[in-house]
Design a protein. Structure first.
Length: 411
């Protein structure tokens, strides 16, 4: 009998990994003649790959205290729908991708039904909310991490963790040529292109895009030949896309701004980019596109974060490198003039641009596993199939609860 597998992803990056994972699971089961029944929460890409969507991810990706509170009744109802599907179908294994606030609750529900739980893409417990490690030990059977320093962190705390590599580090560069990309998006290939990546969620775009557009206005005064590329996340619905266009009309008058669908191709072909803190910063680093990191939240949220988050850097590229490789313009430092000041030296060939590109190449090398190992996505699929039908592993019997796991970054 073909196994039933539950997969859940709530945001654009996780949804992308989810689609790849569904494909990998199907391929690995192909030799057995089985077609798995895969259901859960995801976006359009996961559905196209074969997910039966119980809940649509694009309706769940909200952020900020007020926005979450406003959507709480709907989130609760969708959570109950997922729990009902889990009870009725009793999947052989569950894979939860990122989205920790929602997924820790779901992990508890799955655990109560006796379903082995894999958490892929770790919540950043090493930075904040460290008390959640208790939830991981109690409800998660395998923590599959994408940053090398996370494996020893979890193992030292009694969690069966494994660094599987970062999916983005394994992906080939976009195959579309500059000429093809220009033709598809109405761009002049002779102009300088700068990427604007304000995030994948509607609130991030509302909060960050206007300042980016103000910076763009200042940049074209110095170089009228610049065009700006703004990739739209696939998880944005039509109303959110329309709202983005309205922001461009209000704040980007006179700018050459092109809305595109492919963020990877944008980062591959742009001369440099302005990127909201998040997964896109790591994608920019792995592609080797010089960039500036920006972000802003409410003053209350920032004050709380300053007390809770204990890391030296905001950008993941800087955390991995252990030093300031890319500029971080956070909160009050996120101004149009400072963006221009930081991005201008990265546009011409010269030491600032070359130095950053060399550091980004080093970061990329740190996120690969041994070449003999399977890809990150394939390894997640392997672990899922290994867990199907196996008894749960209690923390007290966890052979991975050891100290001194090798940290690739310090080797």
């Amino acid at each position: 009998m073909a196994p039933s597998i539950f997969i859940s992803a709530g945001e654009a990056s996780g949804e992308h990994y989810g689609a790849l994972l569904i494909t990998a699971l199907r391929q690995q089961l192909q030799d057995t003649g089985q077609t798995p029944a895969i259901f859960g929460m995801g976006g359009a890409r996961m559905e196209a790959a074969g997910l039966e969507r119980i809940v649509r991810a694009e309706e769940m990706a909200v952020m900020g205290l007020t926005e979450v509170l406003r959507h709480l009744p709907h989130i609760w109802c969708e959570f109950q729908r997922l729990k009902k599907a889990i009870r009725e179908r009793r999947p052989a294994v569950a894979i939860l991708i990122d989205f920790p606030g929602f997924h820790f609750k779901l992990a508890e529900a799955l655990h109560r039904q006796g379903v082995p739980v894999i958490f892929f893409v770790s919540p950043q417990l090493w930075a904040w909310k460290k008390h959640r490690i208790k939830l991981v030990r109690k409800y998660v059977d395998r923590m599959l991490v994408i940053f090398p320093f996370e494996e020893p962190y979890y193992r030292q705390r009694g969690v069966q963790a494994e660094f599987v590599g970062h999916p983005l580090a394994e992906m080939p560069a976009p195959s579309i040529s500059r000429a093809e990309f220009a033709s598809a998006n109405g761009l002049d290939p002779q102009k300088t292109w700068i990427g604007l990546l304000p995030g994948s969620r509607a609130k991030e775009i509302r909060d960050l895009l206007p300042e980016m557009l103000t910076a763009a206005q200042q940049l074209i005064k110095k170089d009228p030949g610049i065009s700006f590329l703004l990739p739209l996340a696939p998880t944005l619905n039509n109303q959110q896309r329309a709202a983005t266009r309205t922001l461009i009309e209000e704040h980007g008058s006179g700018l050459s701004i092109h809305l595109v669908e492919n963020a990877s191709a944008t980062l591959h072909h742009a001369r440099a980019s302005i990127v909201a803190s998040g997964t896109a910063t790591l994608e920019a680093a792995l592609i080797g596109n010089p960039f500036v990191v920006v972000y802003r939240v409410s003053r209350l949220t920032y004050a709380m974060a300053k007390r809770l988050v204990k890391v030296d850097h905001v950008a993941m590229a800087n955390l991995i490198a252990g030093k300031r490789v890319v500029p971080e313009l956070i909160q009050d430092d996120f101004t149009a003039s400072k963006i221009v000041q930081q991005i201008e030296p990265l546009l011409p060939d010269g030491p600032p641009r070359q130095s950053m590109m060399e550091e980004l190449a080093r970061i990329r090398s740190l996120l690969h596993t041994d070449g003999a190992q399977p890809s990150a996505i394939d390894r997640v699929a392997q672990v899922a199939l290994e867990l199907i039908g196996q008894p749960r592993l209690g923390a007290e019997k966890n052979p991975f609860a050891v100290h001194g796991a090798k940290n690739k970054l310090s080797s």
